[in-house]
Design a protein around this ligand. Structure first.
Ligand code: SAM
Ligand code: DTB
Ligand code: SF4
Length: 333
C-alpha cells in the first residue's frame, strides 16, 4: 500500500485552500488528495478501519427531512430547484404550521427516524421567522426526537435563540471548494458560510456541514471541500455528502454526471479525515442503486436521509430503504 501522509502539523498552504482559521491545519490538501488517489480497495480498507475504530460499522442513523418553507428563494445557487432565479416548476409556498410539522415528525418517528430536519428556502431567516421556527423545534423536541434545521445564514443571536429552543443540529453546507464556489453561487460568499458555522458552534449546537459532488468539479476540488470541512476547529459532528440531483431549469442541469465510484471515494475520504463524524449519504440515492449505496456504507457512511422526499425532489421510500438495510444486516438508530 502506498505511504499515506497522516495528519500533520506541517503547513502546505496551496492557494486558494488556505483555511480561514489561524489554527494549523490537521490535514494538508496534499494528504487528502493522496487519499483520493489511492487504489479503490486500499482507500475503502483504510476507511473501514477508521470507521470500525469509532462506530458500530453495522449501524446507520436515520434523519427525515421536511421542507417547512418551499421555493421562491432569492439566492442563485446553481444546483437548487428552489431558487427564484430559475424556472424549475417548484412553486413558492408559505411556511407550514405547527400541526403539519408535528404530524410529519410523528410519521417519521413511527417509521424509525431519530432526527427530524426542517429546511427553509431562505437566504437568511428574519427574526420573526426564528420565533416561529423555535416553536417548531419545541414541538419536535416534545416528541423526543433530535431536531435539526437548515434555514440559511444565521446571526449569532439567532443561533442562540434556536439553541435555547432546544435545537440539536444546524445544517449549513460549504457546498464545494472555495475556488469553484463563485461559479456556482454569486449571492453570498464562502466566508459568510463559515461565519454562520462559527455562530452555530458558539451557541453550543452541533454543526452539520458538508457539500455536493458532481457539479463539474475536479478531484482536487473535491479534496478542497473535504480540506475545508476537516480543518474546521472542531470538524462538524455531521457531514452530509450530496450527489447533485440534476433538476431541469437549474444551470447545473446537464452537467457531465460524476462516476459514482468517485462519489464512494468522497465518502471514504470524509470518513478518514473526520473519523468521529456521522457521514451522511445524502441527496442522490434514488439515482444510485443498491450496490453503490452498499459501497458507501462500506466506505464509512453511517447516516441517510430517510423518507420518500428530500426537500423538493425524490428519495427512496421507507420500505425500500428498510429492505436494503435488512439485506445488509444494518441496524438503525
Ligand atoms: N436555504 C438554506 C441554505 O441554502 O443554506 C437551506 C436549504 S438548502 C436546499 C440546503 C442544502 O441542500 C444546500 O446547501 C445544498 O447543499 C443542498 N442541495 C440543494 N439542492 C440540491 C441538489 N439539487 N442536489 C444536491 N444537493 C442539493
Ligand atoms: C443536505 O446536505 N442535503 C439536504 C439537507 N442537507 C437539507 C437537502 C438536499 C436537497 C436536494 C434537492 C431538493 O430536494 O430540493
Ligand atoms: Fe435558496 Fe438554499 Fe436553494 Fe440556495 S440552496 S437557492 S439558499 S434554498
Amino acid at each position: 500500500m502506498p505511504a499515506i501522509e497522516t495528519p500533520t502539523q506541517t503547513v502546505h498552504f496551496v492557494k486558494p485552500y488556505k483555511p480561514v482559521t489561524d489554527v494549523m491545519p490537521a490535514w494538508t490538501l496534499k494528504a487528502i488528495e493522496d487519499l483520493f488517489n489511492l487504489p479503490f480497495n486500499d482507500l475503502l480498507y483504510q476507511a473501514q478501519q477508521v470507521h470500525r475504530t469509532h462506530f458500530n460499522p453495522n449501524e446507520v442513523q436515520l434523519s427525515t427531512l421536511l421542507s417547512i418553507k418551499t421555493g421562491g428563494c432569492p439566492e442563485d445557487c446553481g444546483y437548487c430547484p428552489q431558487s427564484a432565479h430559475y424556472e424549475t416548476g417548484v412553486e413558492a409556498s408559505k411556511m407550514l404550521d405547527v400541526q403539519a410539522v408535528k404530524q410529519a415528525a410523528i410519521e417519521a418517528q413511527r417509521n424509525g427516524a431519530t432526527r427530524f430536519c426542517m429546511g427553509a428556502a431562505w437566504r437568511e431567516p428574519k427574526d420573526r421567522d426564528i420565533e416561529k421556527v423555535a416553536e417548531l423545534i419545541r414541538t419536535v423536541k416534545s416528541l423526543d426526537m433530535e431536531a435539526c434545521c437548515t434555514l440559511g445564514m444565521l446571526s449569532a443571536p439567532q443561533a442562540q435563540t434556536l439553541k435555547e429552543a432546544g435545537l440539536d443540529y444546524y445544517n449549513h453546507n460549504l457546498d464545494t471548494a472555495p475556488d469553484l464556489y463563485g461559479d456556482i453561487i454569486t449571492t453570498r460568499i464562502y466566508q459568510e458560510r463559515l461565519d454562520t458555522l462559527t455562530h452555530v458552534r458558539t451557541a453550543g449546537m452541533h454543526v452539520c456541514s458538508g457539500g455536493i459532488v458532481g457539479m463539474g468539479e475536479s478531484r482536487e476540488q473535491r479534496a478542497g471541500l473535504v480540506f475545508q470541512l476537516a480543518n474546521l476547529q472542531p470538524y462538524p459532528e455531521s457531514v452530509p455528502i450530496n450527489h447533485l440531483v440534476q433538476v431541469e431549469g437549474t444551470p447545473l442541469h446537464g452537467t457531465e454526471p460524476l462516476d459514482l465510484l468517485e462519489f464512494v471515494r468522497t465518502i471514504a475520504v470524509a470518513r478518514i479525515t473526520m473519523p468521529q463524524a456521522r457521514v451522511r449519504l445524502s441527496a442522490g440515492r434514488q439515482q444510485m442503486g443498491e450496490a453503490i449505496q452498499a459501497l458507501c456504507f462500506m466506505a464509512g457512511a453511517n447516516s441517510i436521509f430517510y423518507g420518500d422526499k428530500l426537500l423538493t425532489t425524490g428519495n427512496p421510500d421507507w420500505q425500500r430503504d428498510q429492505a436494503l438495510l435488512g439485506k445488509l444486516g444494518i441496524v438503525t438508530r
